[in-house]
Design a protein around this ligand. Structure first.
Ligand code: SER
Length: 321
């Protein structure tokens, strides 16, 4: 009997969240789904159940809930910001249509809990950018951000109107060493590590003084699991908690890496992604998450950098970078 469903399981967060959930519940109780036919042989997800699932197909979503007796959902399937700007119609279909299909299936099948991540992209250029408050002006200028704000409101609606237990956080840029992100604006903060290890140089697509909030994968997973484990009556915000871990400029990240990789050179050649980065906050006020469910990150810039480089070097030595 399956109890936990993960959508977008082959993605950057999905891979590691599925592994963490399988560690807790057992591989047989966590169904990983993704848009691809099957995970590669070498994938860390090949130890358990995997099915192809197109979240824009509401019949397929329903069938999955019925067949696997789903009780808890981590709905991660989405197009990130840069890919979304390249095809806004498809982005809306996947990011909003997919969320609606999952919420509807969860409602009609009496699912216990849904986790859905929002993002710093839900904020826009008019939002206060330093220590952005939990509840503030939200007028994003990307289609990805528009879908995140609309998604937060839709989750609130399902929570209030149907009593569905939907929870989520606004993730900063996520840095990790297992699965590379695809098509996001904050991808530079991951690419730079691979480049440092592989070639000792990187050309960054945002300016050196670009500051964004970031989180390291162990904290990203911890945020999801801690929030899902919190007592429901303690939560006032449910699905849109700011979570903060660290904020740094692209230049400061390059300097931190150079402390560990002698001779590392980073150039800066801003492209169209700069405008997206400029529309997002520099740092977040996460006091609501701290007060309502005890959020506390473990990794700052120095700890994250040391761990990322060690992780990637170990993969490189094993021939699996
Ligand atoms: N990391 C995402 C992106 O860059 C934002 O949530 O698109």
């Amino acid at each position: 009997m399956t109890a936990v469903l993960v959508t977008g399981a082959l993605g950057q967060i999905g891979t590691e969240l599925t592994r963490a959930l399988r560690g807790r519940h057992g591989a047989g109780h966590v169904l990983a789904t993704g848009y691809r036919e099957a995970p590669p042989e070498s994938s860390p997800l090949s130890d358990g159940l995997y099915e192809r699932l197109d979240v824009t197909d509401h019949r397929a979503v329903n069938a999955t809930f019925v067949e696997h007796d789903v009780d808890v959902v981590y709905h991660l399937a989405a197009r990130l910001s840069v890919l979304s700007e390249a095809d806004p119609q498809e982005a809306w279909a996947v990011n909003m249509g997919g969320l609606h299909n999952v919420l509807e299936a969860a409602r009609t099948h009496g699912v216990g809990q849904v986790f859905w991540p929002s993002s710093i992209a839900a904020f826009g250029p008019e939002t206060p950018s330093e220590r952005t408050p939990q509840d503030t002006l939200m007028r994003p200028t990307t289609i990805y951000g528009v879908a995140k704000v609309a998604g937060e409101l839709l989750c609130d609606y399902y929570c209030r109107h149907y009593g569905l237990d939907v929870r989520g956080v606004r993730y900063p840029g996520v840095i990790s060493g297992a699965t590379r992100p695809t098509g996001g604006t904050t991808d530079y903060a991951v690419e730079i590590f691979y480049a440092a290890i592989e070639s000792g140089c990187y050309t960054c697509f945002v300016r050196a003084d670009t500051v964004l909030p970031m989180i390291y994968m162990p904290d990203c997973i911890k945020a999801a699991l801690d929030l899902m484990a919190a007592d429901r009556p303690q939560l006032r915000h449910h699905n849109s908690f700011n979570v903060s871990a660290m904020s740094f400029s692209a230049g400061a990240l390059a300097e931190e890496i150079a402390k560990h990789v002698p001779g590392f050179v980073c150039d800066f050649a801003p492209d169209h992604r700069q405008a997206i980065a400029d529309s997002w906050p520099h740092s977040l006020d996460d006091s609501a998450a701290r007060a309502e469910w005890g959020w506390k990150p473990r990794f700052g810039l120095p700890e994250m950098t040391t761990d990322m480089l060690a992780t990637l070097r170990a993969r490189q030595q094993a021939g699996r970078l």
